[in-house]
Design a protein around this ligand. Structure first.
Ligand SMILES: [Ca+2]
Length: 382
């Protein structure tokens, strides 16, 4: 059970700090606090802010029969921008004081890891320590303007744990603090939807198909529409990374299939799911099964400098080897007059990544715009 505590990055969301007439949003997070009797855990406290924060006073509530804090505390600030101290101020209440150093505001990130000792077994579906109150100092004095939002965590996954290809991995989420009942859990692997659960216990099963680092996350939503994303846990599928189409083809197809371009070639669609093999390679889907739930490509628009641009977001493997990817835009569907779209955002997802490409010509300047992904495969010399 302690494995959950060892990678705790869970958060509560805090909003509504008004500072110098600008609206700033801060989130304060504490990790799960469950474990077996007579074991020690580490409660992670995380902070995410756009405000100038000089000091924080954080009160945690706990049941002294269930858990205790080492005294004196062995707290350490993670950032150099703050110092941190803590003590039990009354039975069942632990207070942390976080102070900015040398007039440097407290930055976003991990504030501290707080050792806790379990006197009783606290199941993963419960928590021994909860956030009670946060006071923030913005250099003009203390104010109490925080309200807490829910959090969700993934149970039973530890960073770096190994899951063999073909071995099914149960993914279960535990959620606290939602105003109404949890209604839906979406499980994402490398940013792509692989499972949806709409009743308790909120869980899904995922089976890796190829080697590599894999980011597992989940989105929980309650009946009122409130939505929270679980911090991701990166697990590892052992084996040699498939760093080219040829390597991918050799991994998924039999020697007979590899010899037949109509089955394993880049423009074939082995499983007849409408996605060509080369795009299954790009997205990391199974070329021999049609189990996909989500879509690897998303069209949208963004406003940049007051003008609307078409965007295309792609989830792709990081290493393409013998294949290159471009996003191309045009004012006609035949793509006769083209421009290369530019990458504007990037997110690493295990050994995959999500990239958003933006058209270079605004929608407002033209009647219509089109954007598409182009893959160029060059077979390695025999
Ligand atoms: Ca296919």
């Amino acid at each position: 059970m302690n494995r959950v505590l060892s990678h705790a990055f869970v958060f509560l969301i805090v909003t509504g700090i008004t500072l110098s007439s600008s609206f700033a949003v801060s989130r304060l997070a504490i990790g799960p606090s469950s474990g077996t009797a007579n074991s020690t855990g580490a409660l992670a406290i995380q902070f995410d802010t756009t405000a100038v924060i000089a000091g924080l006073q954080i009160d945690l509530v706990f049941n002294p029969l269930e858990v205790e804090f080492p005294d004196p505390p062995t707290l350490s600030a993670i950032h150099e921008s703050h110092s941190i101290n803590g003590s039990v101020i009354e039975a069942g209440r632990y207070r942390l004081i976080v102070v900015a150093l040398a007039e440097t505001p407290i930055r976003s990130g991990e504030l501290a890891t707080l050792p806790i000792r379990f006197k009783q077994t606290i199941p993963e579906t419960s928590q021994a320590v909860t956030l009670s109150e946060v006071m923030v100092s913005n250099r003009y004095g203390l104010e109490s303007s925080f309200s807490f939002s829910p959090f969700v965590a993934l149970n039973g996954l530890t960073p770096g744990m190994e899951v063999a290809p073909g071995q099914s991995l149960p993914i279960e989420a535990v959620a606290f603090g939602f105003e109404s009942d949890l209604q839906r859990l979406e499980v994402l692997i490398n940013g792509q939807l692989v499972g949806v659960s709409s009743s308790a216990p909120f869980s899904a099963t995922w089976t890796p198909i190829e080697p590599g680092a894999v980011l597992v996350t989940a989105i929980a939503r309650d009946a009122s529409g409130q939505q929270v994303i679980a911090p991701g846990v990166e697990v590892n599928v052992p084996g040699e990374l498939l760093e080219s189409y040829d390597a991918w083809r050799a991994f998924f197809f039999t020697p007979a299939e590899q010899a037949d371009p109509s089955l394993s070639g880049p423009t074939a669609d082995f499983d007849k799911d409408g996605t060509l093999n080369i795009f299954e390679f790009l997205s990391g889907t199974n070329p021999k099964a049609t189990e996909r739930l989500g879509d690897s490509f998303e069209h949208a628009t963004i406003n940049d400098g007051g003008q609307e641009f078409l965007t295309l977001t792609v989830v792709r493997r990081s290493q393409l080897g013998d294949t290159t990817l471009k996003a191309i835009s045009s004012n006609n569907l035949a793509f006769l007059d083209t421009a290369e779209a530019v990458p504007v955002s990037f997110e690493q997802l295990g050994d995959f990544q999500r990239i958003t490409f933006r058209d270079t010509i605004p929608i407002s300047d033209t009647e219509r715009r089109f954007i598409r992904v182009e893959l160029d495969y060059t077979p390695s010399a025999p």
